[in-house]
Write a new protein. Structure first.
Length: 180
């Protein structure tokens, strides 16, 4: 024979409501603080046919799929980790002629908006390289167990003139951050 305990039912009801709110926030908003060796930036300098990577990624990501206006995204990458598999070229890219890593050790991105456009999640914000900030739009997607950000940028827009023509300074950028 069971005994009816009013306070126990009230506690169960509150527990149920709290659990429902918690599970809803997981389903609709993903919040991650990332500082991992597994996160990376890959780049492809098209006209030079040069590929490379950077690591030392630190990111704060909060994507609220139920209300994207409540989302937040910002990140930093350590430029001294630039690696094109050619030590001489890497050293040259890190010197004052290009990235000037002693004075500008990081690149940063801070989203001003995150929107769904034609079923594609887009993060628009300020990318800062060498204290020069420009608006950049990243396509955002989940690929496997990573969140991936892709954009094309022009290094000359940030004072990194590898070639004379702006079009010849086009670089494809892909940032991959593991979700687990």
């Amino acid at each position: 024979m069971s005994t009816f305990i009013p306070n126990k039912n009230k506690k169960m009801k509150h527990l149920f409501i709290i659990s429902t709110i918690f599970l809803s926030s997981i389903a609709y908003g993903q919040s991650l603080n990332v500082k991992t060796d597994n996160a990376s930036v890959e780049f492809y300098f098209i006209t030079k046919d040069v590929k490379g990577t950077m690591s030392g990624v630190i990111a704060n990501i909060n994507i609220d799929y139920s209300d994207l206006a409540n989302s937040d995204l910002e990140g930093t990458v350590n430029v001294s980790t630039l690696d094109t598999k050619n030590e001489q070229r890497d050293g040259h890219l890190k010197n004052p002629d290009f990235f000037e890593i002693e004075k500008y050790p990081t690149m940063t991105f801070k989203a001003s908006s995150i929107e769904m456009i034609d079923k594609q999640l887009m993060a628009k914000g300020e990318l800062t390289i060498k204290d020069v900030s420009k608006e950049v739009v990243f396509n955002v997607s989940e690929e496997g167990e990573s969140i991936v950000f892709k954009a094309d940028i022009y290094t000359s827009d940030f004072g990194v003139d590898v070639k004379k023509s702006r079009e010849d300074n086009k670089v494809e950028v892909m940032i991959s951050i593991p979700l687990k």
